[in-house]
Design a protein around this ligand. Structure first.
Ligand SMILES: Cc1ncc(COP(=O)(O)O)c(C=O)c1O
Length: 290
């Protein structure tokens, strides 16, 4: 359980980890965040997450008071204090307290930075051994010209509405489709399919540039598996031989059915298992020790 939280340069007990009700992160979802993991006291792809965090901040014109290096040190210190071997790290930067108007220039105190470290909420084992049933969300993906999906902002309402669509249909994840009918990603995961020995995922600009997504692409290159970024529609997923989702929390999770239709033979595919195996090897090497 999270006990010690990093909050604006101080370490505080969970019960004292509070920010202002005037914080625009709370009032308007004006801020950015990251979800990061550690395995056996090694952080996993921490620098990549920090780079994405600062990219997201820059996209919304949010100045971060800490250098990237100091942010990394803050994450490591929070991990040390919480003494968790395997952890989920939530790093949040808000616009900070302002008045009740939207104007970010009114947030003169600067952004709030907080880091919560907790146990990892894992998907049940059966999702990995049998696969996951997912559905197409009724809610459409935000138009890129409104909110660029590459910005990992605190404004997740679009994804939450899609998640509710999934829950109503009894599915733990839901696919979000653009207003033009192309598959973008799931509410908290990127999506891949295997079709005729080629791996496909929607183009980079259409979804969050997932850290796990990038790792899967790198594994495909290393293993000489054909790969293409391509606009796909839901019917392409129905016809795929394999489908899987990727995300920091989920890692690589096989999909057995989409909208109740069986994918491939309805069991986790051979290539999906290979990607998961290779991914798990990577979690044991190269991270920063704490
Ligand atoms: C909308 C969305 N897509 C994809 C992902 C997967 O990204 P990553 O692999 O960096 O965790 C996430 C998780 O952060 C997400 O929230």
């Amino acid at each position: 359980m999270a006990r010690i939280v990093y909050l604006n340069g101080r370490f505080v007990n969970k019960k004292d980890a509070k920010i202002s009700v005037f914080d625009h992160g709370l009032l308007y979802g004006d801020g950015v965040f990251e979800g990061i993991r550690s395995y056996g006291r090694l952080t996993f792809r921490l620098k990549e997450h920090i780079n994405r965090l600062y990219r997201s901040a820059s996209e919304i014109g949010l100045k971060v008071s800490l250098s990237k290096n100091r942010m990394i040190q803050a994450v490591l210190a929070t991990l040390k204090k919480n003494k968790l071997d395997d952890a989920y790290i939530r790093l949040v930067i808000t616009r900070g307290p302002g008045d009740l108007g939207l104007d970010p220039r009114k947030c003169i105190a600067g952004g709030s930075v907080f880091i919560i470290v907790d146990k990892v909420e894992l998907y049940p084992d059966k999702y990995y051994s049998k696969g996951l049933h997912i559905v197409t969300a009724k809610t459409r993906k935000n138009f890129i010209g409104a909110i660029d999906p590459r910005i990992k902002s605190l404004n997740y309402l679009n994804n939450i509405l899609a998640k509710i669509d999934g829950i109503k249909k009894g599915a733990p994840e839901a696919i979000m489709v653009t207003h033009e009918g192309y598959v973008s990603e799931c509410t908290g995961d990127n999506i891949f399919i295997m079709h005729k020995r080629c791996l496909y995922t929607p183009p980079r600009h259409m979804a969050l540039e997932g850290i796990t997504r990038d790792i899967v692409i790198a594994i495909a290159r290393k293993k000489k598996i054909a790969f293409r970024e391509k606009k796909i529609i839901i019917k392409d997923i129905y016809r795929a031989d394999e489908c899987f989702l990727t995300g920091t929390a989920a890692e690589i999770v096989p999909v057995n059915r989409v909208d109740r239709r069986k994918i491939g033979n309805g069991k986790p595919g051979r290539m999906t298992k290979l990607f998961l195996e290779e991914f798990r090897k990577l979690t044991k090497i190269g991270g920063i020790k704490y």
